[in-house]
Design a protein around this ligand. Structure first.
Ligand SMILES: Cc1cc2nc3c(=O)[nH]c(=O)nc-3n(C[C@H](O)[C@H](O)[C@H](O)COP(=O)(O)OP(=O)(O)OC[C@H]3O[C@@H](n4cnc5c(N)ncnc54)[C@H](O)[C@@H]3O)c2cc1C
Length: 380
Protein backbone atom coordinates (compact mmCIF):
# COMPACT_ATOMS: atom_id res chain seq x y z
CA UNK A 1 0.00 0.00 0.00
CA UNK A 2 1.30 3.43 -0.96
CA UNK A 3 -0.46 6.62 0.12
CA UNK A 4 1.90 8.99 -1.65
CA UNK A 5 0.93 10.76 -4.87
CA UNK A 6 3.00 10.17 -8.02
CA UNK A 7 5.05 12.93 -9.67
CA UNK A 8 2.34 13.22 -12.31
CA UNK A 9 -0.40 13.58 -9.70
CA UNK A 10 1.59 16.20 -7.81
CA UNK A 11 2.10 18.13 -11.06
CA UNK A 12 -1.59 18.16 -11.94
CA UNK A 13 -2.43 19.11 -8.34
CA UNK A 14 -0.05 22.07 -8.47
CA UNK A 15 -1.38 23.16 -11.88
CA UNK A 16 -4.97 23.10 -10.61
CA UNK A 17 -4.02 24.81 -7.34
CA UNK A 18 -2.18 27.54 -9.20
CA UNK A 19 -5.04 28.03 -11.66
CA UNK A 20 -7.60 28.25 -8.84
CA UNK A 21 -5.58 30.89 -7.01
CA UNK A 22 -4.66 33.02 -10.00
CA UNK A 23 -7.73 32.65 -12.24
CA UNK A 24 -10.69 31.61 -10.10
CA UNK A 25 -10.11 33.52 -6.86
CA UNK A 26 -10.19 37.02 -8.40
CA UNK A 27 -13.84 37.77 -9.05
CA UNK A 28 -15.28 34.72 -7.30
CA UNK A 29 -17.29 36.86 -4.86
CA UNK A 30 -18.64 39.05 -7.64
CA UNK A 31 -19.61 36.09 -9.81
CA UNK A 32 -21.42 34.57 -6.83
CA UNK A 33 -23.26 37.87 -6.17
CA UNK A 34 -24.29 38.35 -9.79
CA UNK A 35 -24.85 34.65 -10.58
CA UNK A 36 -22.34 35.11 -13.38
CA UNK A 37 -21.08 32.11 -15.35
CA UNK A 38 -17.22 31.95 -15.40
CA UNK A 39 -16.99 32.03 -19.21
CA UNK A 40 -13.34 33.10 -19.51
CA UNK A 41 -12.22 30.75 -16.77
CA UNK A 42 -13.97 27.77 -18.40
CA UNK A 43 -12.25 28.60 -21.67
CA UNK A 44 -8.88 28.57 -19.91
CA UNK A 45 -9.70 25.31 -18.16
CA UNK A 46 -10.39 23.85 -21.59
CA UNK A 47 -6.94 25.00 -22.73
CA UNK A 48 -5.38 23.35 -19.66
CA UNK A 49 -7.13 20.07 -20.46
CA UNK A 50 -9.42 20.19 -17.40
CA UNK A 51 -12.64 19.78 -19.39
CA UNK A 52 -11.75 16.31 -20.67
CA UNK A 53 -9.31 15.02 -18.08
CA UNK A 54 -10.02 11.31 -18.44
CA UNK A 55 -10.78 11.26 -22.17
CA UNK A 56 -8.44 9.43 -24.54
CA UNK A 57 -6.08 11.91 -26.31
CA UNK A 58 -7.31 10.56 -29.66
CA UNK A 59 -10.59 12.38 -28.89
CA UNK A 60 -8.82 15.51 -27.64
CA UNK A 61 -8.74 14.57 -23.96
CA UNK A 62 -5.91 14.63 -21.41
CA UNK A 63 -5.79 10.83 -21.02
CA UNK A 64 -5.44 10.98 -17.25
CA UNK A 65 -6.85 8.71 -14.57
CA UNK A 66 -9.73 9.22 -12.15
CA UNK A 67 -7.32 10.05 -9.34
CA UNK A 68 -6.04 13.03 -11.38
CA UNK A 69 -9.63 14.09 -11.93
CA UNK A 70 -10.50 14.08 -8.21
CA UNK A 71 -7.27 15.91 -7.39
CA UNK A 72 -8.20 18.66 -9.87
CA UNK A 73 -11.78 18.76 -8.54
CA UNK A 74 -10.54 19.17 -4.96
CA UNK A 75 -8.22 22.04 -5.84
CA UNK A 76 -10.79 23.95 -7.94
CA UNK A 77 -13.50 23.44 -5.30
CA UNK A 78 -11.35 24.90 -2.53
CA UNK A 79 -11.80 28.26 -4.26
CA UNK A 80 -14.79 28.08 -6.60
CA UNK A 81 -17.33 25.26 -6.44
CA UNK A 82 -19.34 26.88 -9.24
CA UNK A 83 -16.44 26.42 -11.65
CA UNK A 84 -15.80 22.90 -10.38
CA UNK A 85 -19.35 21.67 -10.97
CA UNK A 86 -19.07 22.81 -14.60
CA UNK A 87 -15.90 20.71 -14.86
CA UNK A 88 -17.51 17.78 -13.07
CA UNK A 89 -20.62 17.57 -15.24
CA UNK A 90 -18.61 17.96 -18.44
CA UNK A 91 -16.04 15.33 -17.42
CA UNK A 92 -17.78 12.60 -15.53
CA UNK A 93 -21.31 12.73 -16.87
CA UNK A 94 -21.05 14.00 -20.45
CA UNK A 95 -17.55 13.05 -21.69
CA UNK A 96 -17.46 9.78 -19.78
CA UNK A 97 -20.97 8.85 -20.95
CA UNK A 98 -20.06 9.48 -24.59
CA UNK A 99 -16.67 7.83 -24.47
CA UNK A 100 -17.91 4.71 -22.68
CA UNK A 101 -21.18 4.20 -24.56
CA UNK A 102 -21.23 6.41 -27.67
CA UNK A 103 -20.62 5.31 -31.26
CA UNK A 104 -17.42 6.28 -33.11
CA UNK A 105 -19.42 8.85 -35.08
CA UNK A 106 -20.85 10.38 -31.89
CA UNK A 107 -17.38 10.55 -30.38
CA UNK A 108 -15.95 12.17 -33.51
CA UNK A 109 -18.76 14.70 -33.76
CA UNK A 110 -19.35 15.59 -30.10
CA UNK A 111 -16.73 14.19 -27.73
CA UNK A 112 -13.78 15.81 -29.50
CA UNK A 113 -15.30 19.26 -28.94
CA UNK A 114 -16.44 18.56 -25.37
CA UNK A 115 -13.11 17.11 -24.25
CA UNK A 116 -11.19 20.18 -25.38
CA UNK A 117 -13.65 22.62 -23.83
CA UNK A 118 -14.56 24.03 -27.25
CA UNK A 119 -18.11 22.99 -26.38
CA UNK A 120 -19.84 22.47 -23.04
CA UNK A 121 -22.13 19.58 -22.14
CA UNK A 122 -25.15 19.09 -19.89
CA UNK A 123 -26.72 15.94 -18.45
CA UNK A 124 -30.51 16.01 -18.33
CA UNK A 125 -32.20 13.40 -16.18
CA UNK A 126 -34.20 15.24 -13.48
CA UNK A 127 -37.74 16.41 -14.07
CA UNK A 128 -40.30 18.30 -12.00
CA UNK A 129 -41.70 14.93 -10.84
CA UNK A 130 -38.64 12.71 -11.29
CA UNK A 131 -35.65 13.51 -9.08
CA UNK A 132 -34.60 10.74 -6.71
CA UNK A 133 -37.15 8.52 -8.42
CA UNK A 134 -35.54 8.83 -11.84
CA UNK A 135 -37.58 5.96 -13.28
CA UNK A 136 -40.70 8.20 -13.28
CA UNK A 137 -39.65 9.93 -16.51
CA UNK A 138 -42.47 11.96 -18.05
CA UNK A 139 -40.40 13.23 -20.98
CA UNK A 140 -41.21 11.07 -23.98
CA UNK A 141 -39.16 10.14 -27.04
CA UNK A 142 -41.47 8.54 -29.57
CA UNK A 143 -39.87 6.35 -32.23
CA UNK A 144 -40.80 7.62 -35.71
CA UNK A 145 -38.59 5.33 -37.79
CA UNK A 146 -35.51 7.36 -38.69
CA UNK A 147 -35.93 9.80 -35.80
CA UNK A 148 -37.47 10.27 -32.36
CA UNK A 149 -39.82 13.07 -31.29
CA UNK A 150 -38.97 14.47 -27.88
CA UNK A 151 -41.54 16.15 -25.60
CA UNK A 152 -41.30 17.17 -21.95
CA UNK A 153 -39.51 19.26 -19.34
CA UNK A 154 -36.21 18.74 -17.55
CA UNK A 155 -35.46 20.51 -14.26
CA UNK A 156 -32.38 21.87 -12.50
CA UNK A 157 -29.98 21.29 -15.39
CA UNK A 158 -26.39 22.36 -14.68
CA UNK A 159 -24.86 24.21 -17.67
CA UNK A 160 -28.49 24.44 -18.84
CA UNK A 161 -28.10 27.79 -20.58
CA UNK A 162 -24.45 27.61 -21.59
CA UNK A 163 -24.17 24.06 -22.93
CA UNK A 164 -23.90 23.28 -26.62
CA UNK A 165 -24.80 19.59 -26.32
CA UNK A 166 -27.30 17.94 -23.99
CA UNK A 167 -27.56 14.27 -23.02
CA UNK A 168 -31.29 13.86 -22.52
CA UNK A 169 -32.98 10.86 -20.89
CA UNK A 170 -36.55 10.11 -21.98
CA UNK A 171 -39.21 7.40 -21.96
CA UNK A 172 -39.80 5.66 -25.29
CA UNK A 173 -41.95 2.73 -24.18
CA UNK A 174 -43.82 3.25 -20.92
CA UNK A 175 -44.93 -0.39 -20.74
CA UNK A 176 -41.34 -1.53 -20.49
CA UNK A 177 -40.84 0.83 -17.51
CA UNK A 178 -37.13 1.61 -16.92
CA UNK A 179 -36.17 -0.75 -19.76
CA UNK A 180 -38.11 1.51 -22.14
CA UNK A 181 -35.96 4.57 -21.37
CA UNK A 182 -33.43 6.00 -23.88
CA UNK A 183 -30.62 8.58 -23.82
CA UNK A 184 -30.09 11.06 -26.67
CA UNK A 185 -27.65 13.74 -27.75
CA UNK A 186 -29.55 16.96 -28.41
CA UNK A 187 -27.98 20.09 -29.85
CA UNK A 188 -28.74 23.61 -28.65
CA UNK A 189 -30.83 25.49 -31.20
CA UNK A 190 -32.79 22.53 -32.55
CA UNK A 191 -36.37 23.46 -33.36
CA UNK A 192 -38.72 23.12 -30.39
CA UNK A 193 -35.89 23.09 -27.80
CA UNK A 194 -36.35 25.97 -25.38
CA UNK A 195 -34.21 26.98 -22.41
CA UNK A 196 -36.23 28.04 -19.35
CA UNK A 197 -35.32 30.81 -16.91
CA UNK A 198 -32.18 30.62 -14.79
CA UNK A 199 -32.70 29.44 -11.19
CA UNK A 200 -31.84 31.88 -8.37
CA UNK A 201 -29.86 29.62 -6.03
CA UNK A 202 -28.52 29.41 -2.46
CA UNK A 203 -25.08 28.24 -3.60
CA UNK A 204 -22.90 27.43 -6.60
CA UNK A 205 -24.40 30.62 -7.97
CA UNK A 206 -21.79 31.01 -10.71
CA UNK A 207 -23.00 27.82 -12.38
CA UNK A 208 -26.12 28.22 -14.46
CA UNK A 209 -29.06 25.98 -13.66
CA UNK A 210 -32.10 25.96 -15.92
CA UNK A 211 -35.21 24.01 -16.76
CA UNK A 212 -35.36 22.83 -20.37
CA UNK A 213 -38.48 22.44 -22.48
CA UNK A 214 -38.75 20.05 -25.42
CA UNK A 215 -41.65 20.61 -27.75
CA UNK A 216 -41.76 18.13 -30.64
CA UNK A 217 -37.97 18.17 -30.97
CA UNK A 218 -36.83 15.90 -33.81
CA UNK A 219 -33.81 13.82 -32.77
CA UNK A 220 -32.08 11.71 -35.47
CA UNK A 221 -31.87 8.04 -34.61
CA UNK A 222 -28.06 8.11 -34.82
CA UNK A 223 -28.15 10.42 -31.76
CA UNK A 224 -29.50 7.71 -29.46
CA UNK A 225 -26.79 6.42 -27.09
CA UNK A 226 -26.53 2.63 -26.94
CA UNK A 227 -29.16 0.03 -27.78
CA UNK A 228 -32.88 0.74 -27.57
CA UNK A 229 -33.84 0.77 -23.87
CA UNK A 230 -30.30 1.42 -22.57
CA UNK A 231 -31.08 4.95 -21.27
CA UNK A 232 -31.75 4.20 -17.62
CA UNK A 233 -28.70 1.99 -17.29
CA UNK A 234 -26.70 4.68 -19.07
CA UNK A 235 -27.86 7.28 -16.52
CA UNK A 236 -27.09 5.06 -13.52
CA UNK A 237 -23.65 4.06 -14.86
CA UNK A 238 -22.59 7.64 -15.56
CA UNK A 239 -23.98 8.91 -12.25
CA UNK A 240 -21.97 6.27 -10.36
CA UNK A 241 -18.78 7.93 -11.66
CA UNK A 242 -20.25 11.42 -11.36
CA UNK A 243 -20.66 10.86 -7.65
CA UNK A 244 -16.92 10.45 -7.27
CA UNK A 245 -16.51 13.92 -8.84
CA UNK A 246 -19.10 15.46 -6.51
CA UNK A 247 -17.46 13.73 -3.54
CA UNK A 248 -14.21 15.42 -4.60
CA UNK A 249 -16.04 18.73 -4.92
CA UNK A 250 -17.35 18.33 -1.35
CA UNK A 251 -13.85 17.44 -0.16
CA UNK A 252 -12.47 20.57 -1.80
CA UNK A 253 -15.11 22.82 -0.23
CA UNK A 254 -14.28 21.36 3.21
CA UNK A 255 -10.52 21.69 2.64
CA UNK A 256 -10.90 25.28 1.38
CA UNK A 257 -12.98 26.27 4.42
CA UNK A 258 -10.50 24.59 6.76
CA UNK A 259 -7.50 26.38 5.18
CA UNK A 260 -9.21 29.74 5.67
CA UNK A 261 -10.20 28.94 9.27
CA UNK A 262 -6.70 27.79 10.16
CA UNK A 263 -5.07 30.92 8.73
CA UNK A 264 -7.60 33.21 10.36
CA UNK A 265 -7.18 31.54 13.77
CA UNK A 266 -3.46 32.32 13.67
CA UNK A 267 -3.92 36.08 13.18
CA UNK A 268 -7.17 36.95 14.95
CA UNK A 269 -6.61 37.85 18.59
CA UNK A 270 -9.05 37.60 21.50
CA UNK A 271 -8.28 37.83 25.24
CA UNK A 272 -4.69 38.80 24.49
CA UNK A 273 -3.74 35.87 22.27
CA UNK A 274 -4.34 34.41 18.81
CA UNK A 275 -7.62 32.50 18.87
CA UNK A 276 -5.86 29.24 17.84
CA UNK A 277 -4.36 29.27 21.35
CA UNK A 278 -7.84 28.78 22.80
CA UNK A 279 -8.33 25.05 23.00
CA UNK A 280 -11.94 25.27 21.81
CA UNK A 281 -10.70 26.67 18.48
CA UNK A 282 -7.65 24.38 18.22
CA UNK A 283 -9.90 21.34 18.78
CA UNK A 284 -12.25 22.52 16.05
CA UNK A 285 -9.27 22.58 13.68
CA UNK A 286 -8.23 19.10 14.85
CA UNK A 287 -11.70 17.72 14.16
CA UNK A 288 -11.91 19.45 10.78
CA UNK A 289 -8.52 18.18 9.67
CA UNK A 290 -9.26 14.61 10.78
CA UNK A 291 -12.62 14.52 8.99
CA UNK A 292 -11.10 15.97 5.80
CA UNK A 293 -8.34 13.35 5.81
CA UNK A 294 -10.92 10.58 6.22
CA UNK A 295 -13.03 12.04 3.39
CA UNK A 296 -9.95 12.29 1.14
CA UNK A 297 -9.15 8.62 1.73
CA UNK A 298 -12.69 7.62 0.73
CA UNK A 299 -12.59 9.83 -2.38
CA UNK A 300 -9.19 8.52 -3.48
CA UNK A 301 -10.27 4.93 -2.80
CA UNK A 302 -13.36 5.36 -5.00
CA UNK A 303 -11.21 6.88 -7.77
CA UNK A 304 -8.72 4.03 -7.39
CA UNK A 305 -11.53 1.46 -7.65
CA UNK A 306 -12.65 3.04 -10.92
CA UNK A 307 -9.10 3.12 -12.27
CA UNK A 308 -8.56 -0.54 -11.31
CA UNK A 309 -11.72 -1.62 -13.09
CA UNK A 310 -13.35 -2.59 -9.76
CA UNK A 311 -17.01 -1.95 -9.10
CA UNK A 312 -17.26 1.55 -7.62
CA UNK A 313 -20.98 1.87 -6.93
CA UNK A 314 -20.54 1.51 -3.18
CA UNK A 315 -17.19 3.23 -2.76
CA UNK A 316 -18.41 6.21 -4.84
CA UNK A 317 -21.64 6.44 -2.82
CA UNK A 318 -19.75 6.20 0.49
CA UNK A 319 -17.29 8.87 -0.63
CA UNK A 320 -20.11 11.23 -1.64
CA UNK A 321 -22.19 10.56 1.48
CA UNK A 322 -19.29 11.17 3.84
CA UNK A 323 -17.47 13.98 2.02
CA UNK A 324 -20.68 15.99 1.60
CA UNK A 325 -21.43 15.64 5.33
CA UNK A 326 -17.89 16.79 6.10
CA UNK A 327 -18.25 19.73 3.68
CA UNK A 328 -21.36 20.86 5.50
CA UNK A 329 -19.95 20.43 9.02
CA UNK A 330 -16.51 21.87 8.31
CA UNK A 331 -17.84 24.91 6.45
CA UNK A 332 -20.24 25.72 9.31
CA UNK A 333 -17.35 25.44 11.78
CA UNK A 334 -15.14 27.59 9.56
CA UNK A 335 -17.75 30.34 9.73
CA UNK A 336 -17.78 29.94 13.52
CA UNK A 337 -13.98 30.27 13.74
CA UNK A 338 -14.28 33.54 11.78
CA UNK A 339 -16.88 34.96 14.21
CA UNK A 340 -18.67 37.97 12.70
CA UNK A 341 -16.25 38.07 9.79
CA UNK A 342 -17.46 34.60 8.84
CA UNK A 343 -20.85 36.07 8.13
CA UNK A 344 -19.66 38.57 5.53
CA UNK A 345 -18.80 37.78 1.92
CA UNK A 346 -15.29 39.20 1.94
CA UNK A 347 -13.96 36.26 3.99
CA UNK A 348 -15.20 33.54 1.58
CA UNK A 349 -16.29 31.00 4.20
CA UNK A 350 -19.99 31.93 4.05
CA UNK A 351 -19.95 31.18 0.30
CA UNK A 352 -18.27 27.82 0.89
CA UNK A 353 -20.95 27.05 3.51
CA UNK A 354 -23.72 27.87 1.03
CA UNK A 355 -21.97 25.89 -1.72
CA UNK A 356 -21.52 22.84 0.55
CA UNK A 357 -25.25 22.13 0.81
CA UNK A 358 -25.74 21.14 -2.83
CA UNK A 359 -23.24 18.30 -2.50
CA UNK A 360 -25.79 16.51 -0.25
CA UNK A 361 -28.49 16.92 -2.90
CA UNK A 362 -27.38 16.55 -6.52
CA UNK A 363 -26.26 13.39 -8.30
CA UNK A 364 -28.26 11.49 -5.68
CA UNK A 365 -29.21 12.89 -2.27
CA UNK A 366 -27.54 11.56 0.88
CA UNK A 367 -30.62 9.41 1.50
CA UNK A 368 -30.24 7.87 -1.97
CA UNK A 369 -26.53 7.19 -1.31
CA UNK A 370 -27.59 5.29 1.81
CA UNK A 371 -29.99 3.23 -0.30
CA UNK A 372 -27.12 2.39 -2.71
CA UNK A 373 -24.76 1.51 0.15
CA UNK A 374 -27.25 -0.54 2.15
CA UNK A 375 -28.36 -2.48 -0.95
CA UNK A 376 -24.71 -3.24 -1.67
CA UNK A 377 -24.16 -4.39 1.92
CA UNK A 378 -27.18 -6.66 1.95
CA UNK A 379 -26.59 -8.20 -1.48
CA UNK A 380 -25.44 -11.82 -1.15
C1 LIG B 1 -28.19 23.27 -8.35
C2 LIG B 1 -28.69 21.97 -8.89
C3 LIG B 1 -28.08 21.40 -10.00
C4 LIG B 1 -28.57 20.20 -10.53
N1 LIG B 1 -28.02 19.70 -11.68
C5 LIG B 1 -28.63 18.65 -12.30
C6 LIG B 1 -28.20 18.23 -13.60
O1 LIG B 1 -27.26 18.78 -14.20
N2 LIG B 1 -28.86 17.20 -14.20
C7 LIG B 1 -29.91 16.57 -13.60
O2 LIG B 1 -30.47 15.65 -14.20
N3 LIG B 1 -30.32 16.94 -12.36
C8 LIG B 1 -29.72 17.96 -11.70
N4 LIG B 1 -30.15 18.37 -10.46
C9 LIG B 1 -31.28 17.67 -9.83
C10 LIG B 1 -30.86 16.84 -8.61
O3 LIG B 1 -30.13 15.72 -9.04
C11 LIG B 1 -32.15 16.47 -7.85
O4 LIG B 1 -32.61 17.67 -7.24
C12 LIG B 1 -31.91 15.40 -6.82
O5 LIG B 1 -31.65 14.17 -7.42
C13 LIG B 1 -33.10 15.24 -5.86
O6 LIG B 1 -34.31 15.13 -6.55
P1 LIG B 1 -35.55 16.06 -6.15
O7 LIG B 1 -35.08 17.46 -6.09
O8 LIG B 1 -36.68 15.74 -7.04
O9 LIG B 1 -35.90 15.62 -4.66
P2 LIG B 1 -36.91 14.46 -4.25
O10 LIG B 1 -36.60 13.22 -5.00
O11 LIG B 1 -38.30 14.98 -4.30
O12 LIG B 1 -36.49 14.23 -2.74
C14 LIG B 1 -36.96 15.05 -1.66
C15 LIG B 1 -36.43 14.45 -0.35
O13 LIG B 1 -36.96 13.12 -0.19
C16 LIG B 1 -35.88 12.21 -0.03
N5 LIG B 1 -36.23 10.93 -0.65
C17 LIG B 1 -36.74 10.70 -1.89
N6 LIG B 1 -36.91 9.38 -2.10
C18 LIG B 1 -36.49 8.76 -0.96
C19 LIG B 1 -36.41 7.39 -0.56
N7 LIG B 1 -36.75 6.39 -1.38
N8 LIG B 1 -35.93 7.12 0.66
C20 LIG B 1 -35.55 8.12 1.50
N9 LIG B 1 -35.60 9.42 1.18
C21 LIG B 1 -36.05 9.75 -0.05
C22 LIG B 1 -34.68 12.86 -0.71
O14 LIG B 1 -33.47 12.34 -0.25
C23 LIG B 1 -34.91 14.32 -0.34
O15 LIG B 1 -34.42 14.54 0.95
C24 LIG B 1 -29.65 19.54 -9.89
C25 LIG B 1 -30.23 20.09 -8.74
C26 LIG B 1 -29.78 21.29 -8.25
C27 LIG B 1 -30.47 21.89 -7.05
Amino acid sequence: MDFSLSEEHLMIRDAARDFAKTELLPGVIERDNKQEFPTEQVKKMGELGFMGLMVDPKYGGSGMDTLSYVIVMEELSKIDASASVIVSVNNSLVCYGLEAYGTEDQKEKYLTKLATGQSIGAFCLSEPEAGSDATSQKTTAIDKGDHYVLNGTKNWITNGGTADYYLVIAQTDREKKHKGINAFIVEKGWEGFEIGPKEDKLGIRGSDTHSLIFNDVKVPKENRIGEDGFGFKFAMKTLAGGRIGIAAQALGIAAGAYDLAREYSKVRKAFGTEICNHQAIAFKLADMHTEIEAARHLVHKAAWDKDQGNNYDMSGAMAKLYASKVAMEVSVEAVQVHGGNGFVKEYHVERLMRDAKITQIYEGTSEIQKIVISRGLLRD
